[in-house]
Design a protein. Structure first.
Length: 370
C-alpha cells in the first residue's frame, strides 16, 4: 500500500510527525512525503520515506499561486497513484483535498491549528472558511487536536459532526523527552524560556513586555526566546526587532535549534502566551521533561496546563496578567516548582503519549482503505 503525506514544511513533519512516519513504514506502507525541500528531509529519508520537493507559497494569498499548488499536487497524485493521502497544515488540507477528490483518492486531514487567518476577522478569514467548506467533505475523517477547534468547525458547518475525530495533540515521545532536574538557579533568578516560531500570534510581544515589567523587581531573572525568526507569516518578528529587544536588555535570544531538550533543561519554566493553539508541542515536551508551565487560557494551551497543578494560566494578550503568572513561579520554593513539574510529567504520560496518537491515525487510515 502506498501513502502520500503532505505538509507545508519539512521541519513540521520531521519535528512533529517523524514517529508517525516510522510507524507507517514499520507496518509495510510505502510512504511518499511531499514538502518543500529543507534540511530536515534527510531525517525522513533516513527513516525510509521517499521525499519529493513540492513548492508551496505558504505565506501568500494570491489565488493564482494557490491554483498552481492545486494543479501541482494533482500531478503528483496522478504520478504516484497513492492508496490514500494524509494532509497537515492549511494549504495542503485545502488544495490537496481538492486535488485528491478529482482523482477519487481517500483523504485524511489533520487540523493542527487554525493559523493566522482564523485569528483575524476580515476577507481572508471568510475565504479560508469557504475553502474549508469546499475541501473537507471529501475527507472521511478530520482529526482535531483540541475540542474548541472541533466545535468551531462543526458549528460553522465546515464539516459534518461524524467526520470529526479528536486526538490529544501530535503526541510526545516520553522516552526521548525524559524528566531532568530543574537547574540550580536560585529562588529569585529563574530562567524563563519561550519556545516557538517568533510570531506575534505566539505572544512574543507580550512576553517581552512582561519581562520589562518584572526585571526591575527581579533583576537576576532571565527571560529567553528560542525559535525561528522571520518565518513566512504575516505576524513574524524580524531580526531588527529582536536585536532591539536584546540590546535594551529585555530578553535573551538563543536562536533556533533542531533539538530543544538541552535548552529546556536549562530553564526553570516554559512560557507560551499564544493567542490560540491546536495543541502546543512546546508545552507538551516541556511538561514531559518536568518543567512548570505558564500559558494563556486559550484553546490548546488550556488542555495542557491545569492552573495551579502543573503551571499557571493567564489572560490572552495581557502582558500584566502574564507577568503576574510568571511572578508566581519566581516566588515558589524549589520543592513547589518540582511539584508542578512532576504533575506535568504525569499528565503527559497519562494523556499525551505519542503511541496513542499514532494508533488513532493508523486506525483512521486503515478504515479509509479497506
Amino acid at each position: 500500500m502506498k501513502l502520500c503525506v503532505v505538509a507545508n514544511s519539512a521541519w513540521n513533519l520531521a519535528n512533529f510527525r517523524l514517529g508517525f512516519l516510522k510507524a507507517l513504514i514499520q507496518r509495510g506502507w510505502e510512504v511518499h512525503v511531499l514538502v518543500p525541500d529543507g534540511p530536515e528531509t534527510r531525517l525522513m529519508r533516513e527513516a525510509g520515506c521517499q521525499v519529493h520537493d513540492v513548492f508551496m507559497d505558504c505565506k501568500g494569498t494570491h489565488p493564482w499561486h494557490d491554483g498552481l499548488l492545486l494543479l501541482r499536487l494533482r500531478r503528483w497524485y496522478q504520478r504516484l497513484q497513492p492508496d490514500a493521502v494524509v494532509h497537515y497544515t492549511i494549504k495542503p488540507v485545502i488544495y490537496g483535498s481538492l486535488a485528491a477528490r478529482m482523482l477519487g483518492i481517500p483523504v485524511l486531514n489533520a487540523i493542527t491549528g487554525l493559523g493566522t487567518a482564523f485569528l483575524r476577522d476580515g476577507w481572508l478569514q471568510r475565504l479560508v472558511r469557504q475553502l474549508y467548506k469546499l475541501a473537507l467533505p471529501a475527507s472521511p475523517s478530520v482529526m482535531f487536536e483540541n475540542p474548541d477547534d472541533l466545535a468551531l468547525f462543526v458549528k460553522a458547518g465546515l464539516l459534518r459532526p461524524e467526520q470529526a475525530v479528536q486526538v490529544p495533540g501530535p503526541g510526545v515521545d516520553i522516552t526521548h523527552f525524559a524528566p531532568c532536574p530543574l537547574p540550580d538557579t536560585g529562588g529569585d533568578a529563574p530562567v524563563f524560556l519561550l519556545v516557538a516560531r517568533m510570531l506575534r500570534d505566539k505572544g512574543v510581544v507580550e512576553y517581552v513586555q512582561a519581562a520589562q515589567l518584572l526585571r526591575p523587581h527581579y533583576p537576576h531573572a532571565r527571560f529567553v526566546l528560542l525559535g525561528f525568526l522571520g518565518v513566512e507569516n504575516v505576524s513574524a518578528i524580524h531580526q531588527a526587532q529582536m536585536d532591539e529587544w536584546v540590546a535594551e536588555g529585555s530578553v535573551e535570544y538563543w536562536g533556533a535549534t533542531s533539538d530543544v531538550r538541552p535548552m529546556i533543561a536549562r530553564a526553570d519554566c516554559i512560557v507560551l502566551p499564544s493567542y490560540r493553539e491546536g495543541m502546543p508541542r512546546t508545552l507538551l515536551e516541556a511538561a514531559a521533561m518536568g518543567r512548570p508551565l505558564v500559558a494563556t487560557d486559550v484553546p490548546g494551551c488550556r488542555e495542557v496546563v491545569q492552573d495551579g497543578v502543573n503551571g499557571y494560566l493567564c489572560q490572552v494578550k495581557d502582558a500584566s496578567a502574564l507577568a503576574g503568572a510568571m511572578e508566581k513561579i519566581i516566588t515558589l520554593s524549589p520543592s513547589q516548582r518540582r511539584a508542578l513539574g512532576d504533575a506535568g510529567r504525569h499528565r503527559v504520560e497519562e494523556r499525551f503519549a505519542e503511541g496513542y496518537v499514532i494508533d488513532c491515525y493508523l486506525r483512521a487510515i486503515s478504515d479509509m482503505v479497506r
